[in-house]
Design a protein around this ligand. Structure first.
Ligand code: PLP
Length: 417
């Protein structure tokens, strides 16, 4: 299939065609139509180099890591640890001890809630989150609240889907021990002013966890520059394998934390009386990890670095503007989440039509979007709706996808409007 030509920016045509060719899953027909994939916020397609890296581990270096003296085990260990260094550098740390491999953003947040927050917080302490969090950054803090007696405070979100600094300040106090917030909202696309929030939280002695699941695929992220204490993301949204993810934690904090899970590989020695825990980061990686996944994620990062996050950001921003212009002409369509600073997440409702019906009819046209509350029920309710339709962009999308979406929505209107 020939790649659609882009008119969005001058250097786009060649780069973009090359990118599309690298994603095999794009080049298929669904329900007899060209697949238009607009659900990258749920999971991103994988470039060929990621698929090959995972396969290569299984074909050549299929061995368990850290424990084996044989060659394959040593090669697998090397690849896994090289991946750690690469992923750490991608988000701005050179210290491999600060990078813990996990199953995804959800597990990383649970790790911090259990290993950092549960032993430290008590009655009178406060945890601050924002009103636009994914359930993964709400429920673990409710567990901490319920077990420790701490209070959970929520920074309100404006009707445009923004989190004002003044609103954050109102919730912060000397009682705040943890601030946990999304870098980018998955339901609305809003980019939060993380650096300023970190500064304010630190001034009051609180630590800050940033949920970067929706940020790392779209913006350059540097944890040192942000100044945050914890940063989490999932590999599968970053064009990498599912079941992979990362917790960045400042070393001093990790050193002071108790392991979240225990077992093999996280120990130095075990007797029935006593166990000595391993060094960082192994102390937080109990059991056999997703070895091929880590290597695949490193390959995804190589791919992204080759394309360049600046290019990706610019491309997706131009496409977002194009989509906003195109869709705003559709009568009865209302955007949900209109922050001035946002990534390519386009949530909308259509007058008189249920979001799920939009998704079903579009699917028949080969167009994949997400509908519902997007695991962020509170913010969708805050926007005054029960569900939205959400089209989300990846580096491989182009104008033809947006044109197809607009035509698909017109078809929904003809059928149901
Ligand atoms: N945080 C945000 C902002 C998300 O969008 C998601 C997934 O959609 C998560 C956390 C959870 O990610 P995972 O299911 O990969 O653990």
């Amino acid at each position: 299939m020939t790649a659609p030509v882009s008119i969005l920016h001058e250097d786009n045509t060649g780069t973009h065609a090359r990118i599309r060719n690298d994603f095999p899953a794009l080049h298929q027909r669904v329900n007899g139509k060209r697949l238009v994939y607009l659900d990258s916020a749920a999971t991103a397609f994988k470039p060929r180099c990621v698929i090959e890296a995972v396969r290569d581990v299984w074909e050549r270096d299929c061995a368990n890591i850290h424990r084996g003296v044989h060659t394959l085990s040593q090669r697998a260990t090397q690849r896994y640890e090289d991946a750690r260094v690469k992923i750490g550098r991608f988000i701005g740390t050179d210290d491999r001890r600060e990078l813990v491999f996990v199953r995804g953003a959800t597990e990383a947040i649970n790790l911090v809630a259990h290993s950092y927050a549960l032993p430290r917080l008590g009655l009178g302490d406060e945890i601050v989150i924002t009103g636009l969090e994914h359930h993964a950054n709400i429920v673990p803090w409710q567990v901490v609240r319920d077990r420790t007696g701490a209070t959970l405070k929520v920074v309100p979100v404006s009707i445009s889907g923004e989190v004002a600094l003044s609103a954050v300040e109102q919730q912060l106090s000397s009682k705040t021990k943890i601030v946990a917030l999304a870098h980018v909202s998955n339901a609305l696309g809003t980019i939060l002013r993380v650096k300023e929030i970190v500064n304010r939280a630190h001034a009051l002695g609180a630590v800050v966890l940033v949920d970067g699941a929706q940020a790392v695929p779209h913006l350059p992220v540097n944890v040192m520059d942000l100044g945050c204490d914890f940063y989490v993301f999932s590999g599968h949204k970053l064009y990498g394998p599912d079941g992979t993810g990362v917790l960045f934690a400042r070393r001093e904090l990790l050193e002071s934390m108790v392991p979240y899970q225990t077992g093999g590989d996280m120990i130095l020695s075990v007797t029935f009386e006593k166990t000595l825990y391993n060094e960082l980061p192994a102390r937080f990686e109990a059991g056999t990890p997703n070895i091929s996944g880590a290597v695949g994620l490193a390959a995804a990062i190589d791919f992204i670095s080759d394309v360049g996050l600046e290019w990706i950001f610019r491309h997706e921003q131009l496409l977002l503007k194009f989509a906003q212009e195109k869709l705003s002409k559709i009568e009865g369509l209302r955007f949900i989440g209109t922050a001035s600073d946002k990534v390519g997440v386009i949530s909308f409702v259509l007058e008189g039509v249920h979001a799920h019906d939009i998704g079903t009819i579009l699917d028949a046209e080969g167009i994949a979007i997400r509908t519902g509350h997007h695991c962020a029920q509170p913010v969708v309710e805050r926007m005054g709706v029960a569900a939205t339709a959400r089209a989300s962009l990846g580096m491989y999308n182009d104008e033809s996808d947006i044109v197809a979406l607009a035509e698909g929505i017109q078809r929904v209107k003809q059928m149901l409007g």
